[in-house]
Write a protein that binds this ligand. Sequence first.
Ligand code: ATP
Ligand code: MG
Length: 387
Amino acid sequence: MRGFKDNIPPVSRGIDYVQRVFQLCSDKFGCDMVDLPIVEDADLYFRTSGDASDVCNKELFEVRRWKGDFEGWALRPEGTASCMRAIKEANFMQSARAARFAYFGPMFRYNRPQKGRYRQFLQAGWEFIGQKGAASDCEIILGAVEFLRTFGFDFTLEINSIGSAQDRRLYRAELAKMLSLDEGADPLKVLDKAENFDNIPKMKLNPEDAADFEKLRYLLAKSGLEARGVKVVHNPYLVRGLDYYNSTVFELKAVETGQTVLAGGRYDGLMEQIGGDFVPAVGFAAGVDRIVDHMGFVYDNKKVALIALDSHDYALKLAAKIRSEYDFGCVVYWNLDLAKALRECDKQGYEWVVICGQNEANSGQFLVKNLRTQNQEIRKFDLPFSL
Ligand code: ATP
Ligand code: MG
């Protein structure tokens, strides 16, 4: 099926690694992991992303029982709307002034498949709910950078403010006059896809958003990001394809490909759009498939292979010992001839193999061999195992 892919090793290994890093990072920032349905009322997305968004207009998958009636369900194209719906239905903000949610899971958009763009893809996201202002925007941006820094590729931080609904109304009118657009086209969405910005005016911000954005730039400058190799760029044409954003928006773009790997922004109006009370919030979603595409190393979960020639009872005990004392996994190759087993382990990329047979069982020892250096040494079963 076009746009759908099987994630198997090595890609699935990369995904697994991204998920682990994401969970650690989420813990550090006090986010609670949530698990929400992948099916929602389609109406949720029409109310939040907007009828004119690509997500609703062209990309929404409808869900119905086989030959059943349309019940208005859709596969989720993004995670933010569900988080806010869940918070609203649980009356979560009545007992909490602020909440931080993290999610990791598949999203679905019927778009034209190409490199880094799939119809089912994985997003890892944060939603910081209940706080407003440049400092909280800066905190989540720094968190996003911390998360992405682990994966060994360079990226740039682009920031902008898209102001208030009124600012955007005026800006849309100004842009519509300049760009010759198809009827009904949203000039901001045209800007999102544009490549040439010559002669395109910049948005004028209301004083409050302008001051807030200046403060964000100040905080980012003070944060030491640039010293750590992350260039911060104000891109005055950065907008979001979904309707619910306001004020701060940001993206982390891979330097090598120019692709956006992580995107986010503030969405203070979303809760009211779904019929709740005003709750300010800021969040991001990272494209996990794109992170894996850009990873600067092959994630190696450093398994060790145990080649069990015979004396299977001894080999089982040795495997259990390795698993309990060593941080990584142990795979056993049973009954292979030694030369064949070594060739197989080399092909599989193992750096270390442990070898045992009847002699080792008799003497309570085993052999550890490094396949890169070919060095080997005899170890005693009774001593702690490490590599
Ligand atoms: P794009 O950057 O491709 O225009 P978008 O602006 O529609 O995507 P967002 O809704 O902001 O994307 O989603 C956040 C992130 O999720 C993107 O930056 C990207 O990394 C990832 N993502 C979005 N759509 C896809 C897709 N179809 N396939 C893979 N990853 C995706
Ligand atoms: Mg985009």
